[in-house]
Design a protein around this ligand. Structure first.
Ligand code: FEO
Length: 174
């Protein structure tokens, strides 16, 4: 059984994951509009990954006899990014915020001696290392080859190749 405190905190995290999904979908539509279908593909995959993160938390709450309560999703930015580098710097900054939220949740689980929740969060701790690394790697590439002309063409083709992989916790749940 989850404590009310933990349940509230996970429900807030579910909302944050769905907000992240919506944010990345918005960034993807921004890229479609700018004629960058490959970059848009990267964001569409990211949109699915964030939905999967929410689903992992929802499955966990249900398995522990808790109640998932879906709150409204706040509006997301729709434009204002002046370059691809700026766009992915916004992604990195957002992921750093999510990392801090996951760490807070982990600390809360530990303080309540809820080791099942803490162990569930270990997957997210590692996932956040990957999320931040992915954004940083792309920012480094943009700086190296530039995001105009041939550089942009190359990057767009590269990001078009990204495919969605069902995260491990959802594979075992099937
Ligand atoms: Fe759900 Fe991008 O972290």
């Amino acid at each position: 059984m989850l404590s009310q405190n933990i349940q509230n905190a996970i429900n807030a995290q579910i909302n944050a994951e769905l907000w992240s999904a919506y944010l990345y979908l918005s960034m993807g539509m921004f890229c479609e509009d700018k004629g960058m279908p490959g970059v848009a593909n990267w964001f569409r995959i990211q949109f699915k990954e964030e939905q999967a993160h929410a689903e992992i938390f929802m499955n966990y709450v249900n398995r522990r006899g808790g109640r998932v309560l879906l709150a409204p999703i706040d509006a997301v930015p729709v434009d204002g990014w002046n370059s691809l580098t700026e766009l992915f710097e916004a992604v990195l900054a957002h992921e750093q915020k999510v990392t801090a939220m996951i760490n807070d949740l982990y600390a809360l689980a530990e303080s309540e001696h809820d080791y099942a929740t803490r162990d569930q969060l270990t997957w997210f701790v590692n996932e956040q290392v990957e999320e931040e690394e992915n954004a940083q790697t792309l920012i480094n590439k943009f700086r190296m080859i530039g995001t105009d002309g041939p550089g942009l063409y190359t990057l767009d083709r590269e990001l078009a190749a990204r495919v969605y992989n069902v995260p491990a916790p959802l594979q075992t749940a099937e």
